[in-house]
Design a protein around this ligand. Structure first.
Ligand code: ADP
Ligand code: MG
Length: 348
C-alpha cells in the first residue's frame, strides 16, 4: 500500500455496503467493494470497485492483498470465498461464525446450547418429516439457508397446505408459529479488546415479512429491555464476535422473549442510528474491524425509521424534508416490487 490511509475491503455492494463506505470515509478509511453485481449501489460511495463472479482466485487474492482489513455486508457469501480471502487478510467477523448463522437449523441448535429460548423447531427434509412434527403446526417452513425478507418461507396451517409438487430439494426448518405481541432487535458491537457497545432495543414492525418501521424507544418493560441486551451480549461473547451484529427477537402475548435470528452484520433495524446516536451501527462496525477506539454511545434523539419499498421511492424523490427528517436513496438502478429502495428517518 502506498497511501497512508488504511484500506477496508467490503464484500457485497448493496445499501449496507454503501452505508459502511460512508461511515469509513468519515473515519478517513479507504474502501474497496468486491461484488458480483455490476449494478451495485455501493459503487457510488466506495474508493475502489471490483466486479467479479467470485470464481477468479486471482481477483480474490489481489483484492485481499490490497486491503488492510476485510468485512462483508451480507452473510450468504459462500464460506470457501471468505476462507480463501481470510488466509491473506483477516476477515471480521470470523467466517467460521457465518457457518453457524447462515443456516437456520445450526443457528437454533447453537442458541439451544446457550439455553436461549427460540421457537420450537425441527429439521425437515420431506413431507413425512412434517407429519412427524405435526405439533409444530401452525408453523412456518423456511429454507435453512439463503432466505431473507421472507423469501423462501411458507406458512403451513395444516398438513393439507404441504403442496404435492414440493420436492424438498433443499433442507428446511419448520418453526412453530408464535402469536406475536411485538418484535424487537438489539444491535451490538464487540471490539477486539472484548469491550462492547450496545444500543437500546429497537421496536420493529414487519409488513409482508419485510421490515416496515423501526422505532426508539421500544414500548417494552424494563425487564425485557435488560434481558434482550443480556442475551445479545452472551451471544457475541460466545462467538468471540468482532464487529456489529444484530439479534432479532419475538415477544409473545405472555411477554416471553425468544430469539428469532442472528444477523452477523449491520442490520436494517439499525439504520436510524445514523441520525439518532453519536455513533451509528456502521461507524461502530468500522471502528471495531479497523482497530479504532470504542467511543461511548450517546442518544441524540428518539426516532422512527420507515423502509421505502418498490414504487414508493418516486414520491420521496420529489418531496421536500423538514430539518428533523432524513431521506436515504439507495440509488438502485431498477425499481422492483418488494425491493428496499431507500429509507426515511424522522427524529422526535
Ligand atoms: P428473514 O430472514 O426473512 O428476516 P425471519 O425468520 O426473520 O426471516 O422472518 C421474517 C418475519 O416473519 C419475522 O420478523 C416475523 O415477523 C415473521 N415470522 C417469522 N417466523 C415466525 C414465527 N415462527 N412466528 C411468527 N412470526 C414469524
Ligand atoms: Mg429476520
Amino acid at each position: 500500500m502506498n497511501t497512508n490511509k488504511p484500506m477496508l475491503g467490503i464484500i457485497g455492494g448493496g445499501q449496507l455496503g454503501s452505508m459502511l463506505c460512508q461511515a469509513a470515509t468519515k473515519l478517513n478509511i479507504g474502501t474497496t467493494i468486491l461484488t458480483d453485481d455490476k449494478e451495485s449501489p455501493a459503487q457510488n460511495f466506495c474508493d475502489k470497485f471490483i466486479y467479479t463472479k467470485y470464481t477468479s482466485s486471482e481477483t480474490l487474492e489481489q483484492f485481499a492483498k490490497s486491503c488492510d482489513f476485510i468485512t462483508f455486508e451480507f452473510e450468504n457469501i459462500p464460506f470457501e470465498i471468505l476462507d480463501k480471502v481470510s488466509k491473506i487478510t483477516r476477515v471480521y467477523p470470523d467466517p467460521q461464525i457465518n457457518k453457524i448463522v447462515q443456516n437456520r437449523f445450526e443457528e437454533k441448535n447453537f442458541l439451544k446450547t446457550l439455553e436461549i429460548a427460540t421457537t420450537s423447531y425441527a429439521l425437515i427434509k420431506s413431507k413425512q418429516d412434517i407429519e412427524k412434527n405435526i405439533n409444530l403446526l401452525p408453523g412456518i417452513l423456511k429454507t435453512c439457508t439463503l432466505g431473507y425478507d421472507g423469501k423462501g418461507q411458507f406458512v403451513i396451517k395444516t398438513i393439507e397446505d404441504v403442496k404435492k409438487e414440493w420436492c424438498f430439494s433443499d433442507d428446511y426448518i419448520l418453526e412453530k408459529f408464535i402469536n406475536l405481541k411485538q418484535e424487537i432487535s438489539i444491535i451490538i458491537t464487540r471490539y477486539q479488546d472484548g469491550s462492547l457497545s450496545i444500543f437500546e432495543p429497537f421496536e420493529n414492525i414487519h409488513k409482508d415479512q419485510i421490515l416496515n418501521t423501526t422505532t426508539i424507544p421500544a414500548n417494552i418493560t424494563k425487564e425485557i429491555f435488560k434481558e434482550a441486551q443480556e442475551i445479545a451480549k452472551k451471544i457475541s461473547e460466545k462467538l468471540q464476535y468482532i464487529g456489529t451484529m444484530c439479534v432479532e427477537f419475538f415477544i409473545d402475548q405472555e411477554n416471553k422473549l425468544y430469539v428469532n435470528e442472528i444477523a452477523p452484520r449491520v442490520h436494517n433495524s439499525g439504520h436510524l442510528t445514523i441520525n439518532s446516536h453519536n455513533i451509528s451501527q456502521f461507524e461502530n462496525h468500522i471502528r471495531a474491524v479497523c482497530h479504532l477506539e470504542n467511543i461511548p454511545l450517546k442518544k441524540i434523539s428518539n426516532a422512527k425509521m420507515t423502509n421505502i419499498i418498490g414504487n414508493e421511492i418516486t414520491k420521496y424523490r420529489s418531496r421536500t424534508f423538514a430539518a428533523n427528517e432524513f431521506f436515504f436513496d439507495y440509488l438502485k438502478k431498477d425499481i422492483k416490487d418488494k425491493r428496499k429502495m431507500g429509507h426515511f428517518t424522522i427524529l422526535k
